[in-house]
Design a protein around this ligand. Sequence first.
Ligand code: SAH
Length: 217
Amino acid sequence: MKDTYRHKGLRKKLIQEIRKKGITNERILEAMEALPRHFFLEKAFEEWAYVDKAFPIGNEQTISQPYTVAFQTQLLDPQKREKILEIGTGSGYQAAILALLGARVYTIERQELLFHRAQQLLDKLKVGNIRCFFKDGFKGMPEFAPFDKIIVTAGAKEIPEKLVKQLKIGGIMVIPVGEEAQIMLKITKVAEDKIEIEERGHFRFVPFLKGTKKEKK
Ligand code: SAH
């Protein structure tokens, strides 16, 4: 895996584009400029890594559009040492960005094949501070709860109660909710039984599905 001057140049341009679209958090832009996104796509599709679009990563799933990653991360506003749960590991790119920002990341994927690939890649890149799990994200990870923050990167039909339970008081969850298209919600847990919801624009994600899917052998 090589990160050439050409890749770095393309990445710089992509970051400028994302900045123009309204992302202002410099720490996030820096992390995205530092992380070679082309490592998260198959070699044949490398060219697409620095276009601001979602892209297929196999098994009918996608790596989120760079702007969407930046937008969700900005809403989540990760701080150093925070314990963050991600639902939908996919390629592992979003998890790596959170880790580069200093968070302690727990990430769950329901497809075994994607889980394996992401785990191997993140190990190889030595990002550190990321733990990958092959599980159904609907259940979250009660054994590691409570989390400072939770980010969901698949479109949910409704706000999953079990995940809200696993948030600290004062914690934040960023989740796209809706059937065909989704509204990005920033949820703040203000008390044990009370949440506040802010709506932050329209997006389109692959669906948040129940259960796990094993690799075919
Ligand atoms: N964050 C990813 C984008 C992933 S796309 C990235 O940076 O590349 C959404 C992912 O959510 C898909 O891989 C899909 O398989 C996964 N997913 C959907 N429902 C899930 C569930 N219940 N638990 C865990 N992962 C789920």
